[in-house]
Ligand binder design. Structure first.
Ligand SMILES: NC(=O)c1ccc[n+]([C@@H]2O[C@H](COP(=O)([O-])OP(=O)(O)OC[C@H]3O[C@@H](n4cnc5c(N)ncnc54)[C@H](OP(=O)(O)O)[C@@H]3O)[C@@H](O)[C@H]2O)c1
Length: 379
């Protein structure tokens, strides 16, 4: 890298660029979220972000906004500028043609085959290039946890959300689970659904709750996530809300390879896409890989306990967001949040890192990461 480390104004510009990138949250997949800021003598003269596939990249939007002021300026961008022709020309060309003097890069391209190329091309063209310090680099990678995980691991990034009582129950012994959390928590859940390519549940939840799994009452434009049911024997009823609305918002069923052909055919006839994986139960890792092959980069996993348990044990849960409601349900038969075998030893328990705790209405939200992002924490 040729350049001096980023100064305070450039670091502030990177943080601003991350915020700009988030303007397109939930809509850019399969592309990454990217933001860019053009600085002249420490003053912002242009800003931009990538709005989605086929549309100009963030650097190009920011350069357009800056106009002639971009000549000799610094561009801070959250992701390494691309150096290849995709649906749009390379950003490295746009930066050179605009006469930019310096580029501050949040993180390198996660794709092995193109990683470092943009930075090298710019440096060879005489542009001063600086990389963000580690904390900012991690923040820029986290912005694209889905893109990075899908690119490097060949599976979607999985965020497990659960809502429990203070005593860790997800439903009463009689099966009632609506609503454990209050309206502010439920509003956040709809926002998070909209941020993901897919929302997934196990067939137990689909049968118990007959959910829509759509993102509702979310501010701004929303691209509805696909709805996914892990359902080994393809038991999802054809008159369920999910199947009845499969023509409006895609529904995918991850079924075992032994699922009865007539049930699979009945679902497919109603527009449900059935993905066959080894089972029973439907292998969660193979299921996630099959979803990745469908172009799904991020999965918002909403339980229930059985599916959450096998996904956790298979090391597929990247991030946990856990609502805890100030109520006690009690009862030996009321289900806990995570089913299956669980960990025999505390050393084998899934441990959250980077934990945050916040109040959401009456509820408490605990969030943390389980699986380190590729390239972070020595992974
Ligand atoms: N409070 C909350 O946050 C929350 C969230 C979700 C659900 N819930 C409640 O939880 C209850 C349902 O939970 P649940 O644990 O019974 O059901 P679940 O986890 O939604 O579904 C379990 C079923 O999914 C199927 N499955 C397919 N692939 C699987 C895999 N890889 N691992 C595990 N299961 C797989 C299995 O049936 P097959 O063998 O037939 O495929 C299994 O019996 C409902 O009462 C619901 O309201 C609460």
């Amino acid at each position: 890298m040729s350049g001096a480390p980023p100064d305070a104004a450039e670091l502030a510009a990177l943080a601003r660029a991350r915020g700009l990138a988030m303007n397109a949250r939930g809509r850019v997949s399969p592309n990454p979220l990217v933001g860019a800021v053009v600085l002249r003598d420490g003053v912002v003269v242009g800003e931009g972000w990538h709005e989605g596939p086929g549309l100009p990249h963030a650097e190009v939007m920011a350069l357009r906004a800056a106009g002639e002021a971009a000549r000799g300026a610094t561009v801070a961008c959250t992701l390494e500028p691309c150096s290849h022709f995709g649906r749009t020309p390379p950003c490295t060309d746009a930066l050179r043609e605009a006469g930019v003097a310096r580029v501050v890069v949040g993180c390198l391209d996660p794709l092995e085959r193109t990683r470092g190329q943009g930075v090298r091309i710019l440096a060879e063209a005489g542009v001063d290039v600086a990389m963000a310090p580690p904390a900012e680099e991690v923040a820029c990678l986290e912005l694209n946890a889905a893109f990075v995980t899908h690119s490097v691991r060949g599976r979607p990034h999985v965020l497990l959300k659960l809502a429990t009582s203070l005593d860790g129950k997800i439903a009463t012994a009689a099966g009632e689970s609506r609503w454990i959390t209050g309206p502010p928590a439920r509003a956040l859940v709809h926002r998070w659904r909209a941020d993901h390519d897919a929302v997934a549940v196990g067939i137990g939840t689909a049968l118990a709750d007959d959910p829509d799994l759509t993102a509702r009452d979310v501010d701004g434009p929303v691209r509805q996530p696909a709805r996914v049911v892990f359902d080994t024997a393809a038991r999802l009823p054809v008159d369920s809300r999910l199947v009845r609305t499969a023509g409006e918002v895609p529904v995918l069923v991850v079924a075992g390879d032994g699922a009865p052909a007539d049930r699979v055919a009945a679902l497919e006839a109603r527009g449900v896409r059935v993905l066959r994986v080894p089972g029973p139960p439907a292998d969660p890792a193979a299921g996630m890989a099959a979803l990745a092959a469908e172009g799904i980069q991020s999965v918002f996993l909403e339980g229930g306990a059985q599916l959450a348990g096998t996904a956790l044990r298979a090391g597929l849960v990247d991030v946990v967001r856990w609502f805890c409601a100030p109520m006690l349900i009690g009862g030996d038969r009321a289900p806990g949040a995570i089913g299956g075998e669980g960990a025999a030893l505390l050393a084998d328990a899934s441990r959250l890192r980077g934990v945050t705790v916040e109040r959401v209405g009456e509820d408490i939200l605990v969030s943390g990461r389980i699986v380190p992002l590729p390239g972070v924490d020595g992974d």
